[in-house]
Design a protein. Structure first.
Length: 428
C-alpha cells in the first residue's frame, strides 16, 4: 500500500523528483482543444458558451444567471445543519482574513515632499467552482471571503449546471454566505474564457480564482496576462513530521485524508520512531476498509505515499523544507518549537489536535495553498491576492531642484538623455 523506507537519504531526494514529475504539463491535445475553445468564445461570446454548455454538460439551463434573490430561494433545499456549519466556518475565515487587510498610507517630509501608497480592491473578480463530484462549498468560502474583505467591486461565480440544468444548491448556499454577487451556470474552459474576455452577459473580470479540472487549469494558464489568476494548482499533498509521542491512528487518518483527493495526491510521514512508523502502517490497513474512496486512496499511497525513518527531527525538518509541501503537520511533543524552522510550507498544522481537515473547512486560514514545491516562493491565497497598489509622489519645486544633479547623473549614466532633459529643463 505505502512505501516504507528505513533510510531516507538518497531515496528521499529521488522521491522529491518523482513527486515533481507527477505535476506534468497538460499535453499538446489538451492545449490545442482549450486554445480552440478560448478563441471561439472570444469571437462568439454567449453563443459559443451556450453551444459548449450543451455539448459538454448535456443541456443549456433555462436561466443562466442566478442573482442573490434566486440563491435565497434555491438554498431552501439545503440541510439547515450544513448551512449553519457554513456560517460558523465563514465567521472564522472572515476573522482570520480581516487581519490581513492593508491600508493606504501617505508620508509627508519637512521639505514638503509627499509620498505614499494607495491600496484598493480589484474592480471585478471571477470565481470558478467545479460541479459534479468535485463540488466543494468550502472552496467557495475560501476564495470569496478574502475577495469581499479586500473590497472587490463585483464578485461573480461560474459553475457548471447539473444534468438537470440546475445548480448545486450546496454551492449556492456557500456563495450566499460568502457574499457572491451573481452566479453564471457555465463551466469548463469556456467559462474561464467568458470571464477573461467578457460576453454579452458575463462581465470581463480582472482576476480568475478557483480550482478546476485540467481544461480549466489550462485555460487559466493560457489566459494569464489577459487576466490575472490565482495559481496553477497541482495534486494535493501532505507531509507529516512525527516523533515518538505521536498517535499512529491519527497519523494514518491524516495521511488518507489527502490521499482520497486524487490518485496523484501525495502523503508522506517522516518519523524518528520505528514503532510509530510500523503502527501507522498497520493503522492504514485497518482504517482504509471503512472508507468510501479506498480505491483512490490505495492508488495514491501506492504511487506517491511513503513512510520514512529519520535519524533526527532536524533531518525531518530539512527534508520538509526541501519538499515544500502544501500541507505540513507536526505531531510532536513540543510542536511550537518548529514554527521558526519550517520555512517552506503552504500551511503548518501544529500538534495532534490540529489535523489538516481543520484547515480545509473551519479554522480560518485559507486552504488555497501552493503545491508541487512552489511553497518555496508562493503564498496561500489571501486578501492581498485581490488588491492592487499604486504609489504616488509629490515634490515641491525646491525639493526637486535640490535633487536634480543626482537624478541627471543617474539618467545620463544609463544613456537616457531625455530623462535627464526632463529634469534639466525644470532647473533652467
Amino acid at each position: 500500500m505505502i512505501q516504507y523506507v528505513k533510510q531516507g537519504g538518497d531515496f528521499g531526494r529521488a522521491f522529491i523528483e518523482q513527486l515533481k514529475e507527477r505535476s506534468a504539463n497538460s499535453g499538446k491535445k489538451v492545449d490545442e482543444a482549450v486554445a480552440e475553445i478560448v478563441e471561439t468564445v472570444r469571437k462568439n461570446g454567449d453563443a459559443a458558451v451556450r453551444a459548449y454548455t450543451e455539448r459538454f454538460d448535456g443541456s443549456v439551463p433555462e436561466k443562466m444567471v442566478i442573482d442573490q434573490a434566486d440563491m435565497q430561494e434555491l438554498v431552501k433545499d439545503c440541510d439547515p445543519a450544513f448551512v449553519e456549519a457554513l456560517k460558523k466556518a465563514a465567521t472564522n475565515i472572515r476573522d482570520f482574513h480581516a487581519r490581513q487587510k492593508q491600508q493606504s498610507w501617505m508620508n509627508t517630509e519637512a521639505n514638503g515632499v509627499m509620498m505614499g501608497q494607495r491600496v484598493r480592491g480589484l474592480a471585478k473578480v471571477g470565481l470558478y467552482v467545479p460541479g459534479g463530484t468535485a463540488a466543494y462549498p468550502s472552496s467557495v468560502l475560501m476564495n470569496a471571503i478574502p475577495a469581499k474583505i479586500a473590497g472587490v467591486g463585483e464578485l461573480v461565480m461560474v459553475t457548471p449546471p447539473g444534468k438537470d440544468g440546475k445548480p448545486n444548491p450546496d454551492i449556492l448556499a456557500a456563495a450566499l454566505v460568502a457574499g457572491v454577487d451573481r452566479v453564471f451556470l457555465m463551466g469548463g474552459a469556456q467559462a474561464v474564457a467568458a470571464l477573461a474576455f467578457g460576453t454579452e452577459t458575463v462581465p470581463k473580470v480582472d482576476k480568475i480564482v478557483g480550482p478546476g479540472n485540467i481544461y480549466v487549469a489550462t485555460a487559466k494558464r493560457q489566459l494569464y496576462g489577459t487576466v490575472d489568476i490565482d495559481m496553477i494548482a497541482g495534486p494535493s499533498e501532505i507531509l507529516i513530521i512525527a516523533d515518538e509521542m505521536a498517535n499512529p491512528e491519527f497519523l494514518a487518518a491524516d495521511l488518507m485524508s489527502q490521499a482520497e483527493h486524487d490518485v496523484l495526491a501525495s502523503s508522506i510521514l517522516l518519523t524518528t520512531s520505528e514503532k510509530i512508523a510500523e503502527e501507522t502502517i498497520a493503522a492504514l490497513y485497518r482504517q482504509i476498509e471503512t472508507l468510501s474512496r479506498k480505491d483512490i486512496i490505495n492508488q495514491s499511497l501506492d504511487n506517491f505515499g511513503a513512510v520514512m525513518l529519520c535519524d533526527t527531527m532536524e533531518e525531518a525538518v530539512e527534508f520538509a523544507n526541501e519538499l515544500a509541501p502544501e500541507h505540513l503537520e507536526v505531531c510532536a511533543a513540543n510542536p511550537m518549537e518548529f514554527i521558526g524552522k519550517l520555512d517552506n510550507a503552504g500551511s503548518v498544522f501544529l500538534g495532534n489536535w490540529s489535523p489538516e481537515p481543520l484547515g480545509d473547512y473551519f479554522a480560518g486560514p485559507n486552504h488555497v495553498l501552493p503545491t508541487s514545491g512552489t511553497a518555496r516562493f508562493f503564498s496561500p491565497l489571501s486578501v492581498d491576492s485581490f488588491v492592487k497598489k499604486s504609489s504616488f509622489i509629490y515634490y515641491t519645486q525646491e525639493a526637486l531642484l535640490q535633487s536634480k544633479d543626482d537624478i541627471i547623473k543617474l539618467a545620463e549614466t544609463e544613456g537616457l538623455t531625455a530623462h535627464a532633459n526632463s529634469i534639466r529643463v525644470r532647473g533652467q
